[in-house]
Write a protein that binds this ligand. Structure first.
Ligand code: M6R
Length: 589
């Protein structure tokens, strides 16, 4: 993040706290004041940096800051950004990975540069230093350095001699915020949303310069005068905890309103979705690409399409290019990504485009790279999601994909439409009556947690396991229930808890799998509607969901599983919103 305007240190620290969900193993600031460039860095969370800066009276008007998710070198004070050159006059922050840093570093070391960190980033200030030593201005040296870098980056740089921040972008997000009296650069809008909602999205290969007199954007030497200034829809309050202990819990509770928002904003008279219908012309096959929770939402969407006769396949975005899929003129590649900035997903979109594919982004972030790169964007309108664990955005993605399936197949069966209309109320009932805390307390000391399901229950089982492992650090795995007997059943002991997700898709067979678990001494917690008496008889414990359409039941079951993981993690004292080793937006491949 970078700031030009009064009180830079406090504003930067505030912004870094808002960005902490992107990475939180170390943080730092570089401030330009009358004497030069002052650098503060600390391993650990931003609160440690705040005490380190410890200044009552802000003095800087220009600064850059960073909160890190380590790629090169462990989280230490030395590896925290900003990084400086040998003179200490240049400071740089960087997101992404400089892939040729090894060769650049060797060259720089041979010519006498001394490095203080293990990071790929540190080559940048030393290269800029070389440019300035060769007689270039800081701006020229910055530009020529950027040309030497391969990989992905959003970089910001300050120099002691100028009241200016220089920045560049390739493959990592960078957004400019414009306030009456200040300018900001950040990886994401919440960093400065409290001050302004007017933003300019910086494109790949563009360079930006911000100073007290304004900003300029250039691309390959040409000034871009007409890059649009847009207003973001989110407000600062939506990105606050609002009295909750954790963002995750707040975001779980926001699911009814998030779903009302989608159904309200997309339900125009003739079209179910607020997208250009041309993107769907003649489409007869869908390929989904996504990662993590979004991959599970895509699997759910794929199931809905296939069960309505539309061929659909789902790829982990990081594997997509290796499959060399054939993309016909009637194939639509759908990238599902909350942030719209996940590097693996962006790479899959690029692969699809290179193969001549039509692309649609299903994303939460207006103006994100995925939204701008794909031919069309379908917004899930869930509002900001700050907890690293995705919750409300999974539900909103699946609801959007249900509407997408209904539009593509022309299947507007009233049963499904009614179930979607009742979904916010049904989720609210789950939230109000859930026994998830008791279940979490009862079983939190068990050795392993398995999640099984069939049909739409299968992606929900995968998602349940991901949530559990991600925030509680307990061993958890999700399986297609039918697969248990092909291997994983060997792991089931009296110390295992198996959550079985009943959605109405092959429930009888799922019940067979439940009895197989019980025969081996495992405990079964069924997530099921209470009309299903056969299941109630067999299960050791039950998490109830209201009766609904089988294609929607998985969403209700998922809310129960989100709550179980949340309570388990809370009882175990885990840092729920910022689980170890993870980041919300994974902008490296
Ligand atoms: O922003 P995206 O949806 O593309 O992120 C993909 C994954 O990194 C993400 O869903 C991750 O698995 C979740 N934070 C897990 O809760």
């Amino acid at each position: 993040m970078a700031r030009v305007g009064r009180d830079a240190e406090n504003v930067l620290l505030h912004g870094l706290r808002k960005l902490e969900y992107r990475g939180y193993d170390s943080a730092g600031l570089a401030l330009r004041n009358g004497h030069g460039v002052e650098v503060f860095k600390r391993e650990g969370e931003i609160s440690r940096l705040v005490s380190h800066v410890g200044r009552e009276k802000p003095v800087a008007e220009i600064g850059i800051g960073h909160t890190r998710w380590s790629t090169h070198g462990p989280p230490t004070d030395e590896n925290a950004h900003p990084h400086t050159d040998c003179t200490g006059e240049i400071a740089v922050v960087h997101n992404g990975i400089i892939e040729n840093h090894g060769a650049l570093r060797r060259q720089l070391e041979k010519t006498g540069h001394e490095f203080e960190s293990d990071t790929d980033t540190e080559v940048i200030p030393h290269l800029i230093e070389n440019g300035i030593a060769a007689g270039h201005s800081p701006e020229e040296a910055f530009e020529s350095t950027v040309e030497l870098l391969s990989g992905s980056y959003a970089i910001a740089m300050i120099h002691r001699g100028e009241k200016t921040v220089y920045a560049a972008r390739r493959g990592s997000p960078l957004v400019l915020g414009i306030d009456e009296s200040a300018l900001f650069l950040a990886s994401d809008v919440p960093a400065f949303l409290e001050f302004t909602d007017r933003v300019v999205y910086i494109e790949d290969e563009q360079l930006v310069r911000i100073s007290a007199s304004g900003y300029t954007i250039t691309e390959r030497g040409d000034e871009i005068a007409d890059q649009p200034v847009v207003r973001v829809e989110w407000n600062g309050e939506a990105a606050e905890k609002g009295g909750y202990d954790h963002y995750m819990r707040k975001e779980i509770d926001e699911q009814p309103s998030a779903i009302r928002q989608i159904v309200g904003s997309h339900a125009a008279a003739d079209e179910l979705l607020d997208i250009d219908p041309a993107i769907l012309d003649g489409v007869s096959e869908i390929q989904f690409v996504a990662c993590g929770t979004s991959y599970h939402a895509a699997l759910y969407g794929s199931f809905l399409l296939e069960s309505r006769g539309i061929p659909a396949s789902t790829y982990l975005a990081s594997e997509y290019a290796l499959h060399n899929c054939s993309i016909g003129e009637n194939t639509l590649v759908v990238a599902v990504t909350q942030s719209g900035e996940t590097a693996d997903t962006l790479a899959a979109i690029d692969a699809a485009k290179r193969a001549g594919g039509r692309t649609l982004a299903v994303t939460n972030v207006v103006g994100s790279t995925a939204a701008r790169t794909c031919d069309e964007a379908l917004y899930i309108r869930a509002g900001p999601e700050i907890g690293v664990a995705a919750t409300k955005t999974f539900s909103s993605q699946v609801v959007c994909l249900s509407l997408f399936a209904a539009q593509l197949t022309g299947d507007r069966s009233s049963a499904l439409a009614d179930a979607l209309a009742s979904l916010p109320g049904d989720i609210q009932r789950v939230l109000d009556r859930s026994k998830s805390r008791k279940i979490a307390a009862r079983y939190r000391d068990r050795e392993a947690f398995f999640f099984i399901g069939r049909g739409a229950g299968y992606p929900v089982a995968l998602e349940g396991a991901l949530k559990m492992k991600e925030i509680s650090y307990e061993h958890a795995e999700g399986f297609a229930a039918g697969e248990l007997k092909h291997g994983p059943l060997a792991l089931v002991t009296p110390n295992t808890v198996v959550f079985a997700v009943f959605t109405g898709h092959n429930d009888d067979k799922l019940l067979n799998n439940v009895t197989e678990v019980k025969t081996r001494g495992g405990t079964v917690v069924a997530v099921v509607d209470t009309a299903n008496e056969a299941v109630l008889e067999q299960a050791n414990d039950v998490l109830e969901i209201p009766e609904t359409h089988p294609d929607v039941a998985g969403l209700l079951a998922n809310v129960q599983l989100q709550l179980v993981s949340y309570h388990a993690a809370n009882l175990l004292g885990r840092p729920i919103d910022k689980p170890r080793n993870l980041a919300k937006s994974v902008t490296v491949e």
